[in-house]
Ligand binder design. Structure first.
Ligand code: NAD
Length: 431
């Protein structure tokens, strides 16, 4: 296990409180305290210069009481078994929270994908499937994209699985290109879902988009689609950041041309944004990534990686609310400080669940062979997510608890009944 702070212990510490509140049966508690299975593999990749490198990779299946495992595959230099386990645990909660017939799983490879050529990346993606072929499957465990893995990577993965199986198995992976059975609307689904959660909350609180300023940390896939859709809905995006820099304005940014510019130049530095017309038109300046987290905005959106807000920087947060698109962007201790400061947190398991809902719809389409339009998918996404968000917010209001606690209670209740439906100690001893 790495020297960095254990993400999984942090996740577990939050669960202990939930188990106590629900008086969860010890059978169930034991089953949820550790992952069902951690698979680890060494993935060999022939590099373009002829050398061989071997990358460590994982697939963790945390719990499958409610259905096959579901969860993305992350390519990142800091990935390790602890991180993948924590992420797989959150997938269990997320799928139950929005009432999908899936358990939770997650995958990762410890690699800096930016240091690989496209051909090396293809070999690694195919190698990941060869390594874990026996433990995944449409009814076992269904991978999807996560940080640094996109539609193309999913396409290579589904292709490799189909090559080994000697048959087309589109339902093995979600987030594929549409030409390979991917669903309309999947790429934007996480950002779209996050906006739906924000809007549901804002409606309840009587907040209007035009009066709401937003800063977005992590202008990647999820952050971009969120920012684009929020801008279209009338919210004021005043700051954006990525791993290379951050920009802000006292007017409003239009995320679309900024994203285009970022992709065209393949330069992620904040300063390149200012070469586009957006800067000259709307007075855009550069700030540090840390400064973005401390901006006095209505909503701070965390769409990069875990542990963005910790005890080190929580004191600087001035936002009225935090929307967690990333998984685990606020540590448990920082969460407690935010609660003291009365900062509302719209938790990751709810705010980023749009992606897995549309992944589920993709899986259903692959299995039935009936493909749906983007507008129908978006309608189903909104229906499912808004209903579950309303249930969660109602529970939080009724019990006077945070949205995170309400979300965990909603999930754990469903997981508990799935586990208990197989029998508990009381059942077996005939009590
Ligand atoms: P991505 O790789 O496309 O985007 C991540 C972005 O964060 C990149 O632009 C990167 O430059 C930026 N970033 C990294 N470190 C940063 C820092 N210190 N400051 C500012 N920006 C930084 O990944 P993504 O798919 O958009 O996922 C982002 C987060 O959302 C992850 O935590 C992921 O687990 C979560 N998530 C994504 C999906 C999905 O469908 N994409 C679904 C659920 C959850």
């Amino acid at each position: 296990m790495s020297q960095k702070k254990s993400l999984f212990s942090d996740a577990q510490s939050r669960m202990a409180d939930i188990f106590d509140r629900l008086d969860v049966h010890c059978d169930v508690r034991r089953q949820l305290e550790q992952p069902k299975c951690i698979h680890q593999a060494a993935i060999p990749v022939r590099m373009d210069d002829g050398s061989l490198r071997v990358f460590p990779g994982w697939r963790v299946q945390y719990d499958q009481s409610r259905g096959p495992g579901k969860g993305g595959v992350r390519f990142h230099p800091n990935v390790d078994a602890d991180e993948v386990t924590a992420l797989s645990f959150w997938m269990v909660l997320k799928c139950a929270l929005v009432n999908l017939p899936f358990g939770g799983a997650k995958g990762g490879v410890q690699v800096d994908p930016k240091s690989l050529s496209r051909m090396e990346l293809e070999r690694l993606s195919r190698g990941y499937i060869r390594a874990f072929y026996d433990v995944i499957g449409p009814d076992r465990d269904v991978p999807a994209p996560d940080v640094n893995t996109n539609e193309i990577v999913m396409g290579w993965m589904v292709d490799e699985y189909s090559e080994i199986s000697r048959e087309k198995v589109p339902a093995i992976i979600t987030g594929k290109p549409p030409e390979m059975g991917g669903s309309a609307g999947r790429t934007a689904a996480t950002g779209r879902g996050a906006l739906l959660v924000l809007e549901t909350w804002a409606r309840r609180k009587g907040k209007r988009p035009e009066d709401t300023t937003i800063a977005v940390q992590g202008f990647g896939n999820a952050g971009y689609h969120f920012a684009r859709l929020a801008h279209e809905a009338g919210y004021r995006i005043v700051a954006l950041s990525d791993s290379k820099g951050a920009i802000n304005t006292n007017m409003a940014l239009d995320p679309e041309p900024i994203w285009r510019h970022k992709n065209e130049t393949r330069e992620l530095k904040g300063m390149v944004y200012c070469e586009s017309s957006v800067c000259t038109e709307s007075d855009v300046g550069q700030i540090s990534q840390e400064a973005l987290l401390a901006l006095d905005v209505d909503v701070l959106v965390l769409a990069a990686l875990e542990n963005a807000i910790t005890t080190d920087n929580v004191g600087q947060v001035r936002a009225g609310a935090i929307l967690e698109i990333a998984n685990g962007p606020v540590t448990a201790k920082a969460d407690a400080s935010l609660a003291e400061k009365k900062v509302t947190v719209l938790p990751d398991v709810l705010a980023n669940a749009g992606g897995v809902i549309v992944s589920y719809l993709e899986w259903v389409q692959n299995r039935t062979g009936d493909y749906w339009s983007e507008s129908y998918i978006n309608e189903r996404l909104a229906d499912q997510l808004v209903n579950q968000a309303e249930l969660c917010f109602d529970r939080a209001d009724e019990m006077d608890v945070s949205y995170r606690v309400a979300a965990y209670l909603q999930s754990v209740e469903r997981i508990v009944s799935a586990i208990a439906s197989r029998g508990t100690q009381q059942y077996f001893i005939g009590e």
